[in-house]
Design a protein around this ligand. Sequence first.
Ligand code: BGC
Length: 256
Amino acid sequence: MLLEGRRALVTGASSGIGRATALRLGEEGARVAVNYRSGRERADAEAVAARIDPTGARVCTVQADVGVEADVVRMVGECRERFGGLDLLVNNAGIESRAPTLEMSLEVWERILRTNLTGAFLCMREAGKLMAAERRGVIVNVSSVHEFIPWPGYAHYCASKGGLKLLTQTVALEWAPLGIRVLAIAPGAIATPINPGILDDPQTLRRVEAEIPLGRVGRPEEIAAVVVWAASDEAAYLTGTTLVIDGGMSTYPRFQ
Ligand code: BGC
């Protein structure tokens, strides 16, 4: 097992990549705090926790909207009380919506930025305090290929992910002397609930698959596998960078 006894917090862990990551961390021996945003996601988060450890000894669920400072402070405090500290934070919580820029309201812009970017910052800052005290820790920020591929209709989302890239790199520099590694992963199109438009419409699915050299969308477990490795001591020399996991999408195959 790669992460025996590590204490991990995964945000947005009730579904998609967060869920798969929490489950895989549990399989690798970690203790896992399964974050969910609101009562709507609670039952799903509890199901994830029950799969990790039906006895509840190695797992807990913790509600928090990552974009709300008081929630994040409370969530990380609960992790400290439960596990005594944190060795791993997976900043996974993320949302997206389509909004052409000419019609984008400030409210929609701020909602995306608050969860995807401010949320990551708040969780890093609070978890980072615990990690700095022990002079060890790993932070994996779940970014996207859209930290470098522009996506019309999603300027807010791209801005949040582009921001997350430099947030990751800057904090990696600040915290390397503290023994904390900070990196990002950039998934391409993955079969998760964030993508109903792609998965439910065969024509759109074919169009997206044509943009992926491997010819298919990815599975959440394929992202979780990279997170687990990046968090482990096998990746001890890895910090301040983004690992792209996209089936080759970012080679822009249509330009062949
Ligand atoms: C988005 C998906 C999209 C993928 C590739 C991800 O960041 O969440 O909706 O399919 O990027 O474009």
